[in-house]
Design a binder for this molecule. Structure first.
Ligand SMILES: [Zn+2]
Length: 204
C-alpha cells in the first residue's frame, strides 16, 4: 500500500497573478468584472481597486457594464496611494485582489502585487499593455513577466474594420498624436481608437 502523504505546505493557499491586457475598447474591464463576479458568487472575500488622478482614496464607485455591478475602491496613483492600498488589504484581508487600469499606478505597484501573491492571494490585474505610441508601460511589462496567466484581448480596428486591433490610437483635434506629445494637451479635443498595426499612426 502506498503510504502517500500530502506535502507539508499543501494547506497553504497558493497565490497567483492573472494579467488581462490589450488596447482600449478590447473589453479588459468587462473581463475583470466577469472574473470578480464569479469570485463574488463563490463567497470569497475580494477588493477591487481602480485608480483615478482626481479622486480621494476612500471614495467608492460602482463599476458597471450592462447589469453587472461591483464596487471598487477609487485610489490615487502615487506611492502614497499604494501605502493606502496596503492598509486596506491588511484591514480587509481579501483572498482575491483586483486592479483595473493598473498601468496608471506608480511603479511600486509591481512589488506590492508580488507581495500579495506571496501572501497567498489571487491577484487579477487589468490594463493597457502599451501606450498610444505602442511602447510598453514599464510596470505592465514587469507584471506580464511575473504573471501565472496572461490574456491579451483585442478589439476590432475602427479604421479598416477588418483586422484585430492590438494598438491604441491617440488623436488630438482629429490628427494622429505625435510621438513626443505630452500626456495631457490642454484645451485639445482628445480621442482614442482601437487600431490594427497597419492602421496605427504616429507622427514623428
Ligand atoms: Zn486596421
Amino acid at each position: 500500500m502506498n503510504d502517500f502523504k500530502m506535502p507539508t505546505d499543501a494547506g497553504r493557499p497558493s497565490g497567483s497573478l492573472e494579467v488581462v491586457c490589450g488596447p482600449m475598447f478590447s473589453g479588459k474591464s468587462e473581463e475583470l468584472i466577469r472574473r470578480m463576479k464569479r469570485v463574488q458568487i463563490s463567497g470569497k472575500k475580494f477588493v477591487i481597486f481602480k485608480p483615478s488622478i482626481d479622486t480621494r482614496y476612500d471614495a467608492t464607485h460602482v463599476v458597471s457594464h450592462d447589469q453587472r455591478k461591483l464596487e471598487a475602491v477609487i485610489t490615487g496613483i502615487d506611492a502614497d496611494a499604494i501605502e493606502e492600498i496596503r492598509r486596506i488589504i491588511i484591514e480587509k484581508n481579501p483572498e482575491v485582489v483586483a486592479f483595473d487600469e493598473i498601468w496608471m499606478y506608480d511603479d511600486g505597484i509591481v512589488d506590492f502585487v508580488l507581495e500579495c501573491v506571496r501572501q497567498g492571494r489571487r491577484v487579477v490585474a487589468a490594463g493597457l499593455d502599451t501606450d498610444f505610441r505602442g511602447e510598453p508601460f514599464p510596470n505592465m511589462s514587469r507584471l506580464l513577466a511575473h504573471a501565472d496567466f496572461v490574456d491579451k484581448l483585442k478589439a476590432i480596428c475602427i479604421k479598416c474594420k477588418d483586422r484585430e486591433a492590438v494598438m491604441t490610437q491617440r488623436l488630438i483635434d482629429g490628427m494622429p498624436a505625435k510621438y513626443g506629445d505630452p500626456t495631457i494637451v490642454v484645451g485639445a479635443a482628445e480621442m482614442y481608437e482601437a487600431r490594427c498595426r497597419e492602421c496605427h499612426q504616429i507622427e514623428r
